[in-house]
Every structure is written in C-alpha cells, then in structure tokens.
Design a binder for this molecule. Structure first.
Ligand SMILES: [Zn+2]
Length: 268
C-alpha cells in the first residue's frame, strides 16, 4: 500500500507516476493497469513531464500524481477512463493510491485561490496544506465522511435501490454525516429519513475511501428496532427485507457495501 509521508528526495526516473487527463486515469495498453508508470516510462510515452503532486511512497519509491494534456495521448498506446473503470480490476491498494492521486490533484486545482480573501495559495505544512500568502488561511484536502449501514432483522437484511440512478443494484443505505453529528447518530437519522425505520445496536465495521469525489465511507451494522418501511421517494426507489440467497443484484465484493452484505449473511 501507499505509505503517506513527505517525499525527501528530488524527482528521479524510478519514481512512480499516476497519470491523469482531467479526472480520467491514463494507463498503457502494454501493461496491466495494476502496474503504475515509472517516471522514465511516462516520459518516453508523453515527453518531458513536471514533477507532479507528491503522494507518498509506493513500494518504497516516491510516488507522484500528474495531470497531462489531451494532446499527449496516443490512442493506439494509451487508454484513459474514469477511476471507477479500475474498481475491482486492480488491487485495493492500487485503487486507493489512484483515489488519493485524483483527490490531491483536484484539491490543488480547486484551491489555487484563498476562499477567504481571494489571494494566491502556495504549498505549506510539508505539502499537506495550501496556505494564503496574504491572510494566512490554510486549506487541507477535504474529506466528506459518510455512513453506510447494513440493517438486519433476524436473518433478513434491508436492501434498497436508490432513486434517480438506474444502477440496477439493491444496496445498503448510506448518507453524509452532518456537522455536529456523530457517525452513530447519522446512521439512525439516515435510516429513519430514507425508509422510516428505527434502528439500535449501531456498531462499527470498517471504512473505505470513495474518491467520487471525496467521500470516506464508514461502515456500520445496526439492528431493526421498529417501524414499517416507508421510502423517501426522493432518495429510494424500492426497499425490502431479504434473506440469504434471495437478494436482487447487489454491489460487488470490492465495495464496502458488498462487504457489509457478505458479512451480514455470514453472521446469521
Ligand atoms: Zn487569504
């Protein structure tokens, strides 16, 4: 996995480089996407490149993210596509590294000016922040914590299909944590808002970065405590209780939703 710490040495040909055009990942057709570019390989493909945005150390080597322009791309040799196209096709560690890269690049792009006074910002705090030269305001990459919860009732699991998006998936419920709220309170509020149920015994599972654009998904289990399913049609198209082996299509095992579902059925 990526070791997140400041890079001490100057850029070198053996550095790892994650290459993007806008928010699309650029990979080589010659190598599996699992294999991250080395700087010298990327320069052979795209010409001389800037140092890029430091991410940390990948396999003990400095690792950077870099955005190139579309005219660098050779359609016969390179493929570009949204980060989601790599999900489940590369290891969790590679996916997380691409996710960090995308978030760091977009943070840099979106915080060139101070949000308070409009002055220029520049890297500070060993590259972890962007600080305003005029007023001193520092900006750190923003993460948006979300809860995602598997609600159980005996051996049945609550699964819901989101409204508006024709994903074809039934999944666990999820939502953003509001300012001033604990994650456990967000679980109880989201479940009540989306399907009208009360839950109890809220317990933490694990977390997953979800860089679309900058969520951190905090996974929970909870037990049904009362109420009948009444969906909020703005959020949910359909929700119901499902036993193991009777579920509709659910998210893949690489996602925390898929892991919550698998873990729930394994435990009942
Ligand atoms: Zn400022």
């Amino acid at each position: 996995m990526l070791e997140i710490k400041p890079i001490a040495e100057p850029p070198a040909p053996e550095d790892y480089l994650l290459v993007f055009i806008g928010s699309d990942v650029v990979v080589s057709m010659q190598r599996p996407p699992e294999q991250i570019w080395l700087r010298h390989q990327a320069e052979e493909a795209f010409g001389e490149l800037e140092a890029g945005e430091p991410l940390g150390y990948w396999l003990g080597q400095p690792c950077y993210a870099l955005e190139i322009s579309l005219d660098h791309l050779n359609a016969l040799e390179h493929i570009s596509g949204g980060l989601l196209t790599l999900f489940g096709r590369v290891s969790d560690a590679v996916f997380a590294t691409y996710g960090r890269a995308l978030q760091m690049l977009s943070w840099r792009r979106d915080h060139r000016f101070c949000g308070r006074c409009g002055g220029f910002t520049q890297p500070s705090d060993a590259g972890k922040a962007l600080a305003c030269a005029a007023c001193g305001l520092s900006s750190y990459p923003r993460l948006n914590p979300c809860v995602i919860v598997a609600v159980g009732r005996g051996d049945e699991l609550l699964l819901a299909e989101a409204a508006g998006r024709a994903s074809g998936f039934h999944s666990t419920l999820a939502g953003f944590i509001e300012p001033g709220e604990t994650a456990e309170e967000a679980v109880r509020r989201e479940v009540y808002e989306e399907v009208g149920l009360s839950v109890t015994n809220v317990r933490y599972f694990h977390s997953q970065p979800w860089p679309f654009p900058s969520q951190l998904m905090l996974g929970f289990f909870a037990d049904y405590a009362g109420g009948e399913i009444v969906v909020d049609p703005e959020e949910i198209a359909h929700a119901a209780w499902y036993r193991r082996g009777e579920t509709p299509r659910v998210p893949p095992p690489a996602s925390i939703a898929g892991q919550l579902i698998t873990q729930f059925y394994a435990s009942v």
